[in-house]
Design a protein around this ligand. Structure first.
Ligand code: AMP
Length: 398
């Protein structure tokens, strides 16, 4: 089915053609007609499925009217968990909006708020924002929600994981009752349902199955490794297998800095992004990684959230995440929209419980590879596939 059958106007179709998008992805096929019809929506879809375009395209179509914006007003609000995701969503809007004249802006904390305030004075059609900064601006009366038409909660599960529920509730209280609500989430947990109950009205629900979204294009494998050998194993793989680029996930910011220096000692240039680095530096590093100037990027899970690198072929779980959803999100960073990818996890004995939880969710054991010279002293047993995890994530230090 071509995009032209979905009811999008020519300027949008032209922008999509420029980007080389030929057919809509599964989520786009299902979500676009629902959003254009004006219904509320709950969509279970992870990154890599084309979910951003699935709400941005119909938003542009709906907002592309003669309506005049008043100052400090916005017509659509997209809430995202991180600044990186906000920037990325806004960049997508700009691409699809190329032949239209709608205005958009990404607004997030950790940077001077003055330029944001300045731009809000004229009103913005689509504002992409993280919850904290948005509330801050609302308190300062730098923006008003009385003309808001659509609310999008993007990566709702992650916003809840990151503790934004109070902020989100406060934001919702300020919005006009008459509005369209769209919620996107990798997983629809009980907490997400609770949020949906409060924010969303008689929604259509769609789900893009995990298997369809991730499994076929992504080769997943793991290497069991003793904890102390991880950095030398990584250097070995990078050199022996002539890796081009890799996004390497690590647990803590301290660990990220240490790994970068360990790699550098072995002649491998890498950079780290984590919550401890200032926004401008994070943005520059991301841009350099996207352009290929930086080949190896070590990132804590939270900092890496929302990174979209079209051709990324490899992610490494240097530390296995302690939440299954994080694993699913991370492997979703590779093999996006048709490309193939590889997700490699380093697993040591103390990761056994997490591994069981991940493999139970996947419904299969991840292929194990042995690397010569890295035989483990502490053997990792084979998983029990009906394992139920107990631990909750701890986001401090990431
Ligand atoms: P997302 O799931 O929104 O993070 O999108 C994943 C990637 O797929 C992004 O790099 C998009 O630019 C790309 N993409 C989205 N829709 C399409 C499409 N219909 N055809 C090809 N690529 C797409």
């Amino acid at each position: 089915m071509p995009f032209s059958k979905l009811g999008l106007c020519d300027p949008i179709l032209k922008a999509l053609a420029d980007l080389g998008y030929t057919v809509p992805t599964a989520i786009q096929k299902q979500a676009i007609p629902v959003i254009l019809s004006g219904r509320d929506l709950i969509a279970a879809a992870q990154t890599g499925t084309g979910k951003t375009a699935s709400f941005v395209l119909p938003l542009l179509e709906k907002l592309n009217t003669e309506r005049k914006l008043r100052g400090k007003r916005i017509r659509a609000l997209i809430l995202t968990p991180t600044r990186e995701l906000a920037v990325q969503v806004e960049a997508s809007i700009s691409q699809y909006n190329k032949y239209l004249e709608l205005s958009s802006m990404a607004m997030y904390g950790g940077v001077d708020s003055q330029p944001h305030k300045q731009r809000l004075i004229w009103g913005i059609d689509i504002l992409v924002a993280t919850p904290g900064r948005l509330l801050d601006m609302a308190h300062q009366r730098a923006l008003h929600f009385d003309e808001l038409e659509v609310l999008v909660l993007d990566e709702a599960d992650r916003m809840l994981d990151m503790g934004f529920i109070d902020d989100i509730n406060k934001i919702i209280e300020r919005l006009p009752l008459q509005r369209q609500n769209l919620l996107f989430s990798a997983t629809i947990s009980d907490d997400v349902r609770l949020l949906a109950k409060r924010a969303i009205n008689n929604p259509v629900e769609i789900a893009i199955s995990r298997d369809k979204a991730s499994a076929p294009k992504i080769a997943q494998w793991l290497i069991t490794v003793d904890k102390g050998n991880k950095s030398s194993l990584l250097s070995h793989l990078i050199k022996e297998q002539h890796w081009g680029q890799a996004l390497i996930f690590i647990e803590t910011k301290h660990g990220a800095a240490k790994l970068v220096s360990q790699l550098e000692k072995r002649g491998i240039k890498a950079e780290a992004i984590h919550s401890g680095r200032i926004q401008a530096v994070r943005e520059q590093i991301l841009a350099d990684f996207k352009s290929g100037k930086i080949k190896f990027l070590v990132a804590t899970g939270i900092a890496a959230r929302g990174i979209d690198i079209g051709e990324l072929s490899r992610v490494v779980n240097y530390d296995l995440p302690d939440q299954v959803d994080d694993y699913i999100h991370r492997i979703g960073r590779t093999g996006r929209a048709g490309a193939s990818g590889e997700a490699i996890s380093f697993v040591s004995k103390d990761n056994f419980r997490n591994l069981c939880a991940i493999e139970s969710r996947l419904g299969h054991i991840i292929v194990r590879k042995e690397i010569e010279g890295f035989t483990v002293k502490k053997v990792v047993p084979v998983s029990i596939l009906n394992y139920v995890p107990k631990n909750k994530a701890n986001n401090r230090n990431r």
